[in-house]
Design a protein around this ligand. Structure first.
Ligand code: 4AD
Ligand code: MG
Length: 464
């Protein structure tokens, strides 16, 4: 018999028909006359209830129907009185496709997130992680749809690279050299000419530089792929391997850029509200009671545009009025997350797009303002998350860019190709990077970034 997904069954139940469902047992209960099996197949957060008339089955057949077991069930779809769903299935035939003994770690409900990380290979079978990963899929669809409809091209940038886009030195090296027998030059440095690529290479921290090449040819592009950072920050908001979306647009100025950032996030959140109703409702009930309200409020509010200098003024004012920050506030400081959250959560009570940062705390490629002190960088700051987007208008002048590169002593010999964008038909352009898991944190209300990616990579953890 052809299998029907539980999601389709529940959407438009054809009562009285015989159906087949396949899935995993969430719970089994009952007495000697009647049994109830809650079956889930991952197509929806909702289980289908299988009603078992014990007289029609012998004990032997049912002994393997345990929590976690995989079943194929044929039966009649009937209106339900007590299951909490419109429909349930009166079992006619039950086949156990895969047994599951009592060492299965997800026997009971209410495991801690920490414990579930230790069984990350099984946690997609829980309600919470099923919901999170369905939403993750939907956010990816939203992102591709948004950019496709706007005429942006999905552009694939390399994961193995010889350049450090952010200049932060947080790169994982890629090598096939024998680490037990490293060939060194006379001065003690490593001889990379013998390495696979004939030079030192790493995993990318950002696809932006290649994205700029594409934008100055195709007009508007976006990347969407994994990104790697060897920053040793054990926080609920940092991963060593995360996914980033990086649009890059020719002929965009700072206003075009911030408008796109705002429109993009609102589009994704709206998509979740429309396409992930059951999962969001579940997370709102079980994980974060303020979730739906926060999502709706972000969609319906105008984000604040806030120059850095004005932000510092507000924070200093707050200090004067008795607010205590752990880290000092002064013009030029790289804002700490407590500062960002004060602005977003307490002062404005809505998302803030901060602009015009001191050049010292931002990357070399950002467009320099006429004041000689600030650059056209933008960070989008969100309630609970802090920075969700980092972006900028790019410095399109070859001379200004080179001056900055020299000031910062950035080794450019391997980046000649990037500078060619400024040499041959340079143009005003801008772009940003959205951390996919930061967006996921916001949309799901989950508290830890390790719980919105299937297999998190963080310092000292690369299991599964
Ligand atoms: O602000 P970042 O470092 O900007 C860039 O990489 C630029 N090249 C982007 C661009 O303009 N095309 O990173 C962008 C975003 C951050 O705002 C944050 O959301 C996310 O990437 N991010 C991380 N997410 C998870 N774990 C980490 N370790 C992250 N580091 C950055
Ligand atoms: Mg940043």
């Amino acid at each position: 018999m052809k299998r029907t997904k539980i999601n389709d069954l529940l959407k438009a139940p054809a009562f009285g028909t015989i159906v087949n469902v396949k899935g995993w047992v969430r719970t089994r209960r009952g007495n000697k006359n009647v049994g109830f099996i809650a079956l889930n197949d991952g197509s929806t957060i909702n289980n289908i209830q299988i009603v078992v008339d014990m007289a029609r089955f012998d004990e032997e057949q049912l002994k393997d129907v345990t929590t976690g077991a995989c079943l194929s069930v044929d039966g009649e779809l009937v209106e339900s009185v007590g299951s909490g769903q419109a429909a349930e299935i009166q079992a006619r035939q039950i086949e156990v496709l895969g047994k599951c003994d009592n060492t299965y770690p997800l026997q009971k409900k209410g495991h801690s997130m920490e414990f579930l990380r230790e069984v990350a290979h099984l946690r997609p079978r829980t309600n919470t992680f099923g919901a999170v990963f369905r939403i993750r899929h939907n956010m990816a669809m939203a992102i591709h749809t948004f950019f496709h409809q706007k005429g942006f091209y999905y552009f694939h940038t390399p994961l193995i690279t010889a350049s450090d886009c952010e200049g932060a030195g947080q790169m994982f090296q890629v090598t096939t050299m024998n680490l037990y027998d490293l060939k060194k030059n006379e001065d003690g440095s490593i001889d990379y000419s013998k390495d696979f690529f004939g030079r030192q290479t790493s995993l990318t921290v950002s696809g932006q530089l290649e994205g700029e090449l594409a934008a100055t040819a195709l007009g508007a592009i976006y990347t969407f792929g994994p990104t790697f950072r060897a920053e040793n920050s054990n926080t609920p908001r940092h991963l060593a391997e995360f996914w980033m979306i990086e649009p890059e647009m020719a002929f965009y100025d700072i206003d075009d850029l911030t408008a796109l950032e705002e429109e993009f996030i609102k589009y994704c959140v709206t998509w979740a509200l429309e396409h992930c109703k059951d999962d969001l409702q579940f997370l709102n009930n079980m994980i974060d009671k303020g979730l739906l309200e926060r999502l709706n409020s972000v969609v319906n509010t105008d984000f604040v545009r806030l120059p850095y200098t004005e932000g510092i003024r507000i924070l200093e004012e707050a200090e004067k009025n008795g607010h205590k920050f752990e880290f000092p506030v002064y013009w030029g400081v790289d804002l700490a997350s407590e500062h960002e959250r004060y602005l977003v959560e307490e002062h404005f009570k809505k998302p803030v797009i901060m602009i015009d940062y001191p050049k010292e705390i931002k990357a070399f490629y950002m467009k320099q303002n006429d004041d000689g002190k600030t650059v056209q960088g933008t960070d989008v700051l969100f309630p609970q998350i802090g920075e969700i987007i980092g972006g900028s208008v790019r410095e399109e002048s070859y001379d200004k860019l080179m001056n900055r590169i020299n000031e910062l002593n950035i080794p450019m010999k391997d980046m000649w190709w990037y500078l060619d964008t400024r040499r041959y038909g340079t143009c005003p352009h801008a772009g940003f990077g959205l951390g996919f898991e930061r967006l996921m944190l916001f949309v799901t209300g989950m508290a830890n970034i390790r719980d919105v990616i299937p297999f998190p990579r963080t310092p000292k953890t690369a299991e599964f």
